[in-house]
Write a protein that binds this ligand. Structure first.
Ligand SMILES: *Cc1c(COP(=O)(O)O)cnc(C)c1O
Length: 353
């Protein structure tokens, strides 16, 4: 730290992204990327003509992409916000709506806490139940910004939309942000509530189910007034935060919805198969509606298993937080990758009592 840093950032603890080691070729099951490439039309859209157009600024309003997303999800373009990944949107949301404090589960996406700290939003972390389920009543009438990932990360567990509605209805003076980063892998979207509640903000991403993590594209749905607030902050920060190519790829992605439906179904089938196989090996596996599994075994502590897998060329994500330190989060890869993963796990546990 230099002597020049504003003291208000001295204690800030930045988010630690999943590791991206370059020392060998890993089977990468640690950052919830898709194992499948973007749709062929999306890849083909990256022409040299488009590259030459990079001399021009992108459309700061993202009008064409907003219209396509609005048509696909049956909302109006005024209900849609776009930014550089949904992390960017979460950042704006804490900046915009955190004045009364924020509340989120103790075990959830790590960035919520970072953004709370960054924007000096007082945070309250509510423990999930012992079985990692979320009791919606804990979030009713909080009079704070409520942030819930549904499905949750890193557990993969969901709550029904009927419970989200109770949370949204009982916090009418504050924004309720539902992070639907993983909804395409079997979760239930709360989008149908949008017209009814001006305080509901739903964030989504192209990074997971749309095979575009490297493109950095996130979107959100909310009442036009909420979206206008976010636009104001975006246009006060960086109106061009989404580059031209990514905007174009986003449009092509929306046009190829059926390809992504199919890859999501494939990932779900591989997930359910992998969960069964892990259970056969004696693992506890939480019920996942996402593109990852959260699993633990009594035969070996989570960190050791993570290390042994890494030595054998398979990367998973381990979190050292006390309650979950015995678990690993395993992104669902291709069927072949998961077969290799399971063989490595068997090898590692083979010598264990
Ligand atoms: C991956 C993830 C995000 C961030 O996605 P980007 O669009 O890549 O920034 C947001 N929320 C949750 C819960 C995630 O797991």
């Amino acid at each position: 730290m230099s002597v020049f840093l504003n003291p208000k950032y001295a204690a800030l603890e930045a988010y630690a992204p999943g590791e991206q080691p370059r020392d060998q070729q890993y089977i990468k099951l640690n950052t919830n990327e898709s194992p499948y490439p973007p749709a062929p039309d999306v890849v083909a859209a990256m022409t040299s003509q488009e590259a030459a157009l990079l001399r021009l600024y992108p459309d700061p309003t993202g009008k064409a992409l907003k219209e396509k997303l609005a048509a696909l999800y049956d909302v109006k373009p005024e209900n849609v916000f776009l930014a550089n990944g949904s992390d960017d949107i979460l950042n704006f949301a804490f900046m915009a709506f955190g004045q009364n404090g924020a509340v989120f589960p103790d075990i959830s996406y790590g960035f919520y806490q970072v953004y709370a700290q960054l924007h000096q939003v007082e945070d309250e972390k509510i423990p999930l139940k012992a079985d990692f389920s979320l009791d919606y009543r804990d979030y009713c009438g909080k009079n704070k910004l409520v942030v819930i990932a549904n499905p949750n990360a890193p557990t993969g567990m969901t709550i029904p939309v009927s419970q989200i509605e109770q949370i949204v209805a009982s916090n009418a003076e504050n924004v309720v942000l539902i992070d639907e980063a993983y909804v395409d892998f079997g979760g239930e979207t709360c989008l149908p509530l949008l017209g009814k509640y001006p305080n509901l903000l739903v964030t989504r991403t192209f990074s997971k189910s749309r095979c575009l993590a490297g493109g950095r594209l996130g979107y959100a749905f909310g009442a036009p007034e909420l979206i206008a607030d976010l636009e104001k902050l975006k246009f006060s920060t960086n109106p061009y935060c989404i580059n031209r190519l990514t905007l174009l790829l986003g449009e092509k992605t929306v046009e190829n919805e059926s390809y992504y439906q199919e890859t999501c179904r494939k990932i779900q089938r591989t997930r359910d198969w992998t969960a069964e196989e892990l259970q056969k090996l004696g693992f506890t596996v939480l019920p996942s509606a996402a593109n990852f599994l959260f699993a633990a075994t009594k035969k070996m502590d989570g960190e050791t298993l993570y290390g042994e897998l890494k030595r054998r060329g398979v990367l998973v994500r381990h979190f050292s937080q006390g309650r979950i330190c015995n678990f690993n989060r395993i992104t669902i890869g291709t069927q072949a990758q998961m077969e290799t993963f399971l063989r490595r796990v068997s090898d590692i546990l083979g010598g264990q009592p």
